[in-house]
Design a protein around this ligand. Structure first.
Ligand SMILES: Nc1ncnc2c1ncn2[C@@H]1O[C@H](COP(=O)(O)OP(=O)(O)OP(=O)(O)O)[C@@H](O)[C@H]1O
Ligand SMILES: [Mg+2]
Length: 286
C-alpha cells in the first residue's frame, strides 16, 4: 500500500551551526498508529512541527517529508509554509498538549469550528450550522448548542481539549499528530480523551502520530514505536517486539522504568496496565 507519510533524514537545524533533530526515517501506512517516545528535549515536538511545516526561523527543517494528499504527494520540507495551508488541516492536522494553543480566546467555539468546515468542506448556511453541532457531538461534548455559543474560558479544560480535537478533525484529515494531548489535563479526564482519540482514529481510518513520554500509554495505542533521544532516532519497531526485546540500551531502560511503574500501580487501574500484554490479551481485558 502507498505510504501516507514518508520521512527521509527529516531533521531540524537551529540556524546554520546547530542541529536539534538529526534525522528521522519512517514510513507510515494508511491507518497506522505510530508512537513517538523520548525524554524531554529529545526532539519529538520539533519533529511534529517539521512535519506540519510550522517551524519558524531560526528553526529550519532538513531532509525530506512526503505526505500523500488528494492532489498527489507534497514534499513538506521544500514547500513554503503558506503554500501548505491546503495541506494543513485537510490532510495533516494536530492536537497539542495545551488546548489553548489551537483555540482563539476571543471567538465563540462554534465560529472557530465553522471556519475549517467552510474552508475545507465547503459547508454553508444550515449545513454549516449542523456540521458544527455534529462535530461537537462527535467528540462527546454535552449540550453542543451551548458549547458552540461559549467562549473557551466558559468551558472546562477537558472540554477545551475535546473542542481542539473537533477542530483538528473538522476537515477530515488523513494524518493526525497528537503531541502529548493529555499531559496538561486533570488525570480524571485523561483516559476519556485518550479513548476519544483512539475511537476517532479507528472510525476514520486515520494515520496517527502519538507523541508522549509515557511508554505504557504509547504501547496501548501504537502499532509501532519510534524512540528518540538527544534529537536522534534510536529505535523503531513494532510495539510488542520493542517491549519484549528492545534493541537499544536506552529503550531497555525506558521499558524497565515503565515496568517498575506498572508493578507499583494498583491492579485496579486497567488504563495503566495491560500495555505489556500481547494485543489479543489486551483486547479481551478491555
Ligand atoms: N525555538 C527554539 N530555539 C532553540 N532551541 C529550541 C527551540 N525549540 C526547541 N528547542 C530545543 O530543541 C530540543 C528539542 O525540543 P522539543 O520541543 O522537540 O523536545 P520534546 O522532545 O518535544 O520535549 P518535551 O517532552 O519536553 O515536550 C530541546 O533541546 C529544545 O530546547
Ligand atoms: Mg514536546
Amino acid at each position: 500500500m502507498t505510504p501516507v507519510l514518508t520521512t527521509t533524514g527529516l531533521g531540524v537545524r537551529l540556524g546554520d551551526d546547530r542541529t536539534l533533530v538529526h534525522g528521522v526515517d519512517v514510513s507510515l501506512r494508511p491507518g497506522e498508529r505510530l508512537g513517538i517516545i523520548g525524554e524531554s528535549g529529545s526532539g519529538k515536538s520539533l519533529t511534529a512541527l517539521a512535519l506540519l511545516g510550522l517551524l519558524a526561523y531560526p528553526l529550519v527543517p532538513v531532509g525530506s517529508a512526503i505526505i500523500a494528499t488528494d492532489d498527489g504527494p507534497v514534499e513538506v520540507v521544500a514547500t513554503p509554509s503558506r503554500r501548505l495551508d491546503r495541506v494543513r488541516g485537510r490532510t495533516i492536522s494536530a492536537v497539542f498538549q495545551e488546548p489553548l494553543a489551537s483555540l482563539d480566546p476571543l471567538m465563540r467555539v462554534g465560529k472557530q469550528l465553522a471556519w475549517p468546515l467552510a474552508k475545507h468542506r465547503g459547508l454553508t448556511g444550515e449545513k454549516l450550522r449542523r456540521g458544527v453541532l455534529d462535530a461537537l457531538a462527535d467528540v462527546q461534548l454535552p449540550e453542543p448548542e451551548r458549547i458552540a455559543r461559549s467562549f473557551i474560558h466558559e468551558i472546562s479544560g477537558g472540554q477545551r481539549q475535546r473542542v481542539a480535537i473537533a477542530l483538528a478533525l473538522a476537515a477530515g484529515p488523513r494524518i493526525l499528530i497528537a503531541d502529548e494531548p493529555t499531559t496538561a489535563l486533570d488525570v480524571t479526564v485523561q483516559a476519556g480523551i485518550l479513548e476519544l482519540l483512539q475511537r476517532e482514529v479507528a472510525e476514520r481510518g486515520m494515520t496517527l502520530l502519538f507523541i508522549s513520554h509515557d511508554l505504557p500509554v504509547v504501547s496501548q495505542i501504537a502499532d509501532r514505536v519510534l524512540v528518540m533521544r538527544d534529537g536522534r532516532q534510536i529505535e523503531l519497531g513494532e510495539t510488542a517486539r520493542l517491549l519484549r526485546a528492545p534493541q537499544h540500551e536506552y529503550t531497555a531502560q525506558l521499558v524497565a522504568a515503565s515496568r517498575a511503574l506498572d508493578d507499583f500501580l494498583p491492579a485496579a487501574d486497567p488504563s495503566r496496565r495491560g500495555g505489556f500484554e500481547p494485543t489479543d490479551a489486551r483486547e479481551e481485558s478491555r
